[in-house]
Ligand binder design. Structure first.
Ligand SMILES: [Mg+2]
Length: 256
């Protein structure tokens, strides 16, 4: 059973081995394809901020109770229930909150509220320093491009340059799956794509089919409610930390 839910501080020897393989597989000039949301970035902080803004703007003070750990998937009602809101109150605010959320979540101004997954910046920098091409392939659309660059810069990731490319979706109405399938054809022309990391089962399954020689890694954080499971042959990580990383004061969870 594939684990679900963010566990950014989880570590295990198996995860160490996958991270080793991600670092050792690419040669200079090869390409590594990296997703942003739910992969290099933990989006829960963006979500918390939006719900707290709603709490203030609508004087709906119960929503200040929402914290990052209340997000286990993309079900807004479940998040609110996890934060202690009763079903009746959730039903009252659902439609208005959903609209409020959507106006902000898919905005370039708000992507800067995400936090990088612990250990992710280190990994991507090492790859870039070794001469590996970095391709950030995201389901964010073009309107979120500049905010995404700022977010990458603030977090310390290599920013778009001769060595790093940020590919955003040309239209918000294009599905992420269709966009990534199209983008993959372009990426194949950049050079040999040898590693791909994503948190969406349909994406990792596609990359696995289309790049049979690549190391395709599933990040178990959250993903869309589509009834798709990642291919069981694919390696799974919970995050980018290793068993020997010192993270004082943080409770660890075992990775698969
Ligand atoms: Mg993602």
């Amino acid at each position: 059973m594939t684990p679900q839910g963010y566990a950014p501080y989880a570590t295990s020897p198996a995860q160490d081995a996958v991270l080793d393989a991600i670092e050792s597989r690419p040669r200079p000039g090869d390409q590594v394809v990296l997703d942003l949301d739910g992969c290099l970035f933990d989006n829960r902080w963006r979500q918390v901020q939006i719900l707290h803004e709603y709490a203030g703007e609508r004087d709906c003070l119960e929503l200040y109770a929402v914290q990052a750990e209340h997000f286990v998937d993309w079900n807004l009602d479940r998040t609110l229930a996890n934060a202690g809101l009763p079903p009746k109150r959730i039903a009252q605010i659902h439609d208005d909150l959903r609209r409020f959320w959507a106006e902000r979540f898919f905005s370039g101004d708000y992507v800067c509220l995400d936090r990088p997954m612990p250990g992710a910046v280190r990994l991507v920098r090492r790859l870039a320093d070794a001469g590996v091409g970095i391709v950030y392939l995201t389901g964010r659309d073009h309107r979120m491009h500049d905010g995404s660059v700022l977010s990458l810069r603030r977090a310390g990731f290599p920013t778009p340059s001769s060595r790093a490319t940020l590919m955003t979706k040309p239209s918000a109405t294009l599905s992420d799956e269709a966009w990534k399938a199209r983008a993959l054809e372009r990426i194949k022309r950049f050079g040999r794509a040898v590693v791909s990391i994503d948190n969406e089962p349909s994406n990792v399954n596609r990359f696995h089919r289309e790049l049979p020689d690549a190391l395709v890694v599933f990040v178990a954080t959250d993903h869309s409610p589509l009834p798709v499971r990642p291919d069981p042959d694919l390696p799974v990580i919970r995050g980018f930390l290793r068993t020997d990383d010192p993270v004082p004061g943080i409770q660890r969870h075992p990775a698969p």
